[in-house]
Design a protein around this ligand. Structure first.
Ligand code: PPS
Length: 278
């Protein structure tokens, strides 16, 4: 464990759970199958929440699976040391999680019919969430202050690289039929309708009472209490604390202005309606 990153082709990765050979093999060798479902996010965008929802959709709301198997084994992170071997040895349709930037994602995806659920979240909240999360760990370079982390985030010197580059590249795929673009904020505002949307996209049909069970067991409180989803079986420190971040409580006025400027510059090529964030 070192207080730095593992760098691969200009992208910083955490120093535990990642190694260059696996990242390279993921891109060049991993075969995505048509029947696979991928949950794709930039870190801190709601990945674990979406995994829980998709798992519950698969079991029609029955919580047995999510309460008996750790979340990282139900939908392994493809690029991780633990996830990669689990996935290549798994038969049948797989649930796959990934934070990989577009250019490092398995090449085989681009000629497959596999479905991607791609979640974006206000990058200001992603930044604040990432700061509090990573500063508690020892497997990335420690930012020590939000001011420092803010600078690294703008430059892309944070785990999984630049939010702007990650998002621009994945958004270029948004019109493909096999990619569903979701916003964390929309899922939060109307979780039930969002679950229905996921079901339609995944070709699943749930009865109203099954849908209610999915909603119930994927709530923040239920996930916080589920030791197979709250990371407490690895360390107490990583469990979410329940205060969903609001960047406005953490950015200075100058930081907010700087961020807006960078955002407008980097995301100029997209319709503003894609990002209804304040
Ligand atoms: S990670 O480590 O990158 O995989 O993190 P990720 O799961 O993508 O994102 C963590 C944030 O998601 C919030 N979260 C939830 N929000 C609403 N409902 C549920 N059930 C839920 N579960 C996780 C979590 O609180 C993190 O956001 P912050 O802002 O830090 O609270």
């Amino acid at each position: 464990i070192s207080d730095d990153y593992l760098w691969f082709e200009g992208i910083p990765f955490p120093t535990i759970e990642y190694e260059k050979e696996i990242i390279e093999e993921t891109r060049n060798m991993f075969v995505i199958r048509d029947e696979d479902t991928v949950i794709l996010t930039y870190p801190k965008s709601g990945t674990n929440w979406l995994i829980e929802i998709v798992c519950l959709i698969q079991t029609k709301g029955d919580p047995n699976w999510i309460q008996s198997v750790p979340i990282w084994d139900r939908s392994p992170w493809i690029e991780s040391q633990r996830g990669y071997p689990l996935l290549i040895n798994k038969e049948g349709p797989r649930l796959i999680s990934s934070h990989l930037p577009f250019q490092l994602f398995p090449k085989s995806f681009f000629s497959s019919k596999a479905k991607i659920l791609y979640v974006i979240r206000n990058p200001r909240d992603v930044l604040v969430s990432g700061y509090f999360f990573w500063s508690k760990t020892k497997f990335v370079k420690n930012p020590r202050s939000l001011t420092t982390y803010f600078e690294w985030f703008i430059k892309g010197n944070v785990a999984f690289g630049s939010w702007f580059e990650h998002t621009c590249a994945w958004l270029s795929m948004r019109k493909r039929d096999n990619l569903l673009l979701l916003r964390y904020e929309d899922i939060k505002k109307d979780t039930k309708s969002s679950i229905k949307k996921f079901c339609d996209f995944l070709g699943k049909k749930l009865e109203p009472d099954e849908l209610d069970m999915v909603l119930k067991y994927s709530s923040f409180q239920a996930m916080k209490e589920n030791k197979m989803s709250n990371f407490s079986i690895i360390t107490e420190d990583l469990a979410p604390n329940g205060t969903t971040r609001d960047w406005k409580n953490h950015f200075t006025v100058a930081q907010a202005e700087d961020f807006d400027k960078v955002f407008q510059e980097k995301m100029a090529g997209f319709p503003p309606g894609l990002f209804p964030w304040e």
